[in-house]
Structures are given as C-alpha cells and as structure tokens.
Design a binder for this molecule. Structure first.
Ligand SMILES: [Zn+2]
Length: 93
C-alpha cells in the first residue's frame, strides 16, 4: 500500500494510443481498482486514482486534476509488465 505521486508530461510528449481522463470532482478519483496503490497529483497532491494495480498506471495514462487542472502522467516503474494490463483489449481511442 503506497501513495505515489504522478508526474508532469515532458514537453511535446504524446502518448501513443493514449488519452487524458478528466477528473470532474476533486473529491472523486477518476479510477478505482483492486490494486495496492493510490496515485496523487504532482502539483497539488489531490487523489486522482485509488487502489490501482501498477500495470495499469503506464505512461499512456493521463489524468487531468480537477483541483489544479494539471495533466498528470503515470510514472512507469521498472519490473512491471504494462502489456499485461492493456494488451488484452484495445484502449479507447
Ligand atoms: Zn492537482
């Protein structure tokens, strides 16, 4: 169980096949799963996703914070098989 800070996208960074999830209510995380970790906004620390399995939090995933409107990108961690999460079905868009 950990709380992980997301990161800002690099300049010109366009995630292949990715999209941006927009958080509408600062009190409501955009994603909720069955994993161990919570993810917070890099700028204001607002909670964006809760209980997420790490393989879903790859760099294609962006979340725009409802509180400060910063677009956050997930930090990829070494050793996580990201293909496991999104390889089974086509991502939206
Ligand atoms: Zn924020």
């Amino acid at each position: 169980m950990a709380t992980l800070k997301m990161r800002r996208p690099e300049a010109g960074e366009i995630p292949p096949g990715g999209g941006t999830a927009v958080q509408r209510d600062p009190a409501t995380p955009v994603f909720s799963g069955n994993g161990p970790d919570d993810y917070v906004c890099v700028d204001c620390g607002n909670v964006l996703a809760v209980s997420m399995p790490p393989e879903y939090m790859n760099r294609k995933l962006r979340i725009r914070c409802a509180r400060c409107r910063t677009v956050n990108v997930a930090v990829e961690v070494e050793g996580v098989d990201y293909a496991k999460a999104f390889g089974r079905r086509p991502a939206d868009g």
